[in-house]
Design a binder for this molecule. Structure first.
Ligand code: ZN
Length: 251
């Protein structure tokens, strides 16, 4: 097979390939041009494999994954003007209002590492945030390329997540379906009895999925109207996922 794989940085590709035992064979490697920035909004329910996709895109194209949490923490720790305001809300246990979050997003997207693209994960969460993002990008004369929706049937997400078992002592995570511990219900690393976290219980997952759908549907509709939405299944084999992501994002 003679696949052409585009990478911004060849050394990143080799590192990625060896870490994931991904055989490049005689694939031709093409550097990914700096004139092809990728600006992506990532959507997908919890447990869909969205995080894995984000990591792979980050490595494939050498662009940062930007989450709301990371942005808030950074601007708070840098003690910027807006960070101080955000902190006052967080200290009171209140949600940081949209206009503050939007300003933080704007500042973050102007950082040098985001100039050649980014993956936004967890933002926007609402139509009004999506419109704010449009305005921010307009202002800095950039455009959003894709809204990548990582899809997976509820039943698969529920089965994956409810079979997860965690070690209360060392934090290791196992899965009865595809990553079972050597001895049933015992941590391979420290020997503690594994537990099912409340978050991984079927009822909790079901509720979380409902909430997610309700909140995200209008957002997906908004981006569909703009022709931005691309879909990928969240359970593609890890070895095939980089190639699949590339094909989806190229289309
Ligand atoms: Zn353990």
């Amino acid at each position: 097979m003679n696949k052409i794989i585009a990478f911004r940085d060849i050394s990143l590709l080799k590192e990625y390939a060896s870490r994931n035992s991904y055989n490049l064979g005689d694939a031709q490697v093409e550097p990914f041009g700096d004139d092809d920035p990728l600006r992506i909004v990532l959507l997908g329910p919890p447990g869909s494999g969205k995080g894995t996709c984000a990591k792979i895109i980050e490595e494939l194209y050498n662009i940062p994954v930007i989450t709301t949490g990371e942005m808030l923490r950074t601007s708070v720790s840098k003690e910027t003007q807006i960070g101080k305001i955000a902190k006052s809300y967080m200290d009171r246990g209140e949600l940081v209002p949209d206009n503050i979050v939007n300003t933080i997003v704007e500042e973050r997207l102007l950082e040098p590492d985001a100039v050649d693209g980014f993956v936004l994960d967890g933002y926007p969460r609402s139509i009004s945030q999506a419109k704010a993002l449009d305005k921010i990008l307009d202002k800095i004369d950039k455009k959003l390329d894709h809204v990548l929706y990582v899809k997976l049937e509820d039943a698969v997400i529920i089965s994956r997540t409810s079979n997860r078992r965690s070690c209360p002592t060392c934090g290791a995570i196992f899965n009865r379906l595809n990553k079972p511990p050597k001895i049933s219900n015992v941590c391979d690393i420290c020997g503690s009895i594994l537990v099912q976290r409340d978050d991984d219980k079927e009822e909790v997952i079901k509720h979380r999925l409902e909430v997610y759908k309700e909140k995200t549907k209008p957002l997906i509709d908004y981006y569909r109207k703009k022709g931005k939405v691309k879909e990928i299944r969240g359970d593609i084999d890890l070895k095939l996922l980089p190639e699949s992501l590339k094909n989806v994002l190229k289309a």
